[in-house]
Design a protein around this ligand. Structure first.
Ligand code: ITT
Length: 213
């Protein structure tokens, strides 16, 4: 059986990825490798950051004696929100949007990122609040990392509402209303989100590649 190491420290992403890809794989996460290196996300695209995360983790894992037998793939997700009236911000800075303003190091709590987004959009009328989530999943086979990562992308169109609603999901979910709906991802819940999200769309492209390769 193929083993997938989901190389993220975001537990919500792990749950979504496992639930969308299903039970045909054996899963590991970074919880099983607490000493895994922290990869600096310094590229200016989601694809660049996702590939960097997958490649560095696969290279690190290839030297470990305790890796599982058989086919082992590292799967990394880089994702974020693009708001049209903000010229695509917060984009690759989605996880640290509030910290960029204050100068604090590291990622910011979701509540602070959401508060900054609402401040930036306070003068934007409802019809100018269009946005999309984007996700790139990068995959590298351990032992084969010289050939680089395969990447799979997905997007989900929607808009940013004027205040948070709902408590499911994570990140900007309480503010994001997907196209064709009147409720936020955080109100619609896991099952609906996992049918139409940016992550679901990227993973739908990955599945046939996993089965064929
Ligand atoms: P890893 O780098 O460890 O994977 P992270 O949370 O730092 O975890 P990213 O660098 O990819 O992940 O940042 C993604 C940010 O974009 C995340 O913190 C959210 O603020 C936002 N985001 C991405 N996908 C989202 C989703 O499905 N729902 C809501 N917000 C999302």
């Amino acid at each position: 059986m193929t083993t997938l190491l989901i190389a993220t420290r975001n537990s919500h992403k792990v749950e979504e990825i496992r639930s969308i890809l299903g039970g045909d794989y054996c899963y590991l996460t970074l919880n099983e490798y607490p000493d895994a290196p922290e990869v600096e996300e310094d590229r200016d695209t989601f694809a660049g950051n996702a590939a960097k995360k997958a490649e560095e983790l696969a290279a690190w894992l290839s030297d470990r004696a305790d890796k599982p037998e058989g086919r082992l793939l590292v799967l990394a997700d880089d994702s974020g929100l693009e708001v049209d009236v903000l010229n695509g911000a917060p984009g690759v800075f989605s996880a640290r949007y509030a910290a960029l303003e204050t100068g604090d190091a590291g990622n910011s709590p979701d509540s602070e990122n959401n508060a900054r987004l609402l401040r930036e959009l306070k003068d934007a009328a409802a019809d100018r609040r269009t946005a999309r989530f984007r996700c790139v999943i990068a995959v590298v086979e351990v032992g084969e990392f010289e050939s680089g990562a395969e990447t799979f992308d997905g997007a989900c169109e929607g808009r940013i509402q004027s205040g948070p609603t709902g408590d499911a999901g994570f990140g900007y979910d309480p503010l994001f209303v997907p196209e064709g709906f009147e409720q936020s991802f955080a109100e619609l819940g896991e099952e609906t989100k996992n049918r139409l999200s940016h992550r679901a769309r990227a993973l739908e492209k990955l599945k046939p590649w996993l089965d064929a390769s």
